[in-house]
Design a protein around this ligand. Structure first.
Ligand code: SAH
Ligand code: AVI
Length: 329
């Protein structure tokens, strides 16, 4: 029985519109006409891509999700105590399977008021908003369908001390310079008494990392190739998806994974919506994602450069993954 005045509410606001098809179009025009063809990873997450990502999280090779969940389960009570958080503003929330660990800890502490999932994938924001409204009857859910690089100005004002989870290692999908710029933009979102809870994958044996991005069941390959279906559907492109193969390798110097799509024969592709013709040479590659791996020093350096101060670094016994708590310096 929910106490009077504590009934939950749910609202979902979308900031993606016709302009965002433009954003895909601009990214394709810019990225596919470069000497090394490239696309930003956010276009991997249409409804199908989001489903495939959820399947990746269940793979034996993809240690990240289960490890981060373990770290959260071990430390959620301490995090809630330390931050006194009354709301979670989760960036790139996806299916938010690990978020429940934090919500439960806040619920147990009696501080839980609001959950704000932010994701470019409309299907996942709606599904999570519905699920959490049912599971936490007193919770206010304010969903934001939008691009966290462009729409953070549309977040609701803080309802009290705010915790901003950015989980899964998604920060590693930014190249180093924009990573710091993005972290700087988060300082504003935290407010004076807020904290960032950042998941980062750690540097380890390259074979372990490469297996996580080239699984034996071929799910990551499907996830990667799906972006070509997105371009065919959204922009009237005519990629022959079967004529590309998935590539994932760890760049030992930069300490990041690259996911690429390699043409298995020479190809001529037309992108109708852009009146654009693109040629791929045999074995030419298109980079679809980087996924940076961190050392504690790199993490602290990035936080510091963004005006953030590390409060606590939580990791697992094998030091595969880290979850850091930080606040404005
Ligand atoms: N946090 C979840 C999901 C990680 S997958 C987890 O830890 O498992 C990355 C998520 O970020 C996806 O749901 C994707 O749709 C979202 N995403 C990627 N780029 C984005 C962007 N620019 N703006 C908003 N969401 C983005
Ligand atoms: C969302 N992001 C942190 C994932 C990663 O590991 O970089 C996306 C992913 N790409 C391939 N597998 C998973």
């Amino acid at each position: 029985m929910v106490a009077p005045g504590l009934e939950g509410t749910v609202e979902v606001h979308s900031y993606l519109g016709p302009g965002d098809e433009r954003s895909l179009a601009d990214d394709v025009l810019d990225g596919l006409t470069r000497p090394l063809k490239e696309l930003p990873p956010k276009h991997l997450y249409d409804a199908r891509g989001s489903e495939l990502f959820d399947d990746i999280c269940e793979l034996p090779e993809y240690y990240q999700t289960r490890t981060e969940r373990l770290i959260l389960e071990t430390n959620a009570d301490a995090i809630v105590k330390r931050t006194s958080a009354v709301e979670l503003v989760e960036l790139g929330s996806g299916s938010a399977t690990k978020t429940r660990v934090l919500l439960d800890a806040m619920d147990f502490a009696g501080t839980l008021r609001r959950y704000v999932p932010v994701d470019v994938s409309a299907t996942t924001v709606h599904a999570v908003a519905e699920r959490f409204t049912e599971e936490y009857p007193a919770l206010q859910v304010h969903g934001v369908v939008g691009d966290f690089e462009r729409h953070l100005g549309n977040l609701p004002a803080p309802a009290g001390p705010r915790l901003v989870p950015f989980l899964g290692g998604t920060i590693g999908n930014f190249p180093p310079g924009s990573r710091r710029r993005f972290l700087r933009s988060l300082a504003k979102v935290l407010g004076p008494d807020g904290h960032l809870l950042l998941g980062t994958d750690l540097v380890k044996d390259p074979l372990v990392i490469e297996a996580a991005y080239d699984d034996s069941a071929g799910v990551t390959a499907q996830f990667n190739l799906n972006v070509l279906h997105v371009l065919n559907r959204e922009l009237g492109a005519n990629f022959d998806v079967d004529a590309f193969e998935h590539v994932a390798f760890f760049d030992r110097e930069r300490e990041w994974i690259e996911m690429r799509l390699r043409a298995t024969k020479p190809q001529h592709v037309r992108v109708e919506a852009l009146d654009l013709e693109i040629d791929f040479a045999n074995r030419e590659e298109l980079r679809t994602e980087i996924s940076a791996k961190f050392t504690p020093e790199r993490l602290e350096g990035d936080l510091r450069a963004a005006g953030l101060e590390l409060v606590e670094l939580y990791t697992d016994p094998q030091e595969l993954f880290a979850v850091s708590l930080s606040r404005r310096a």
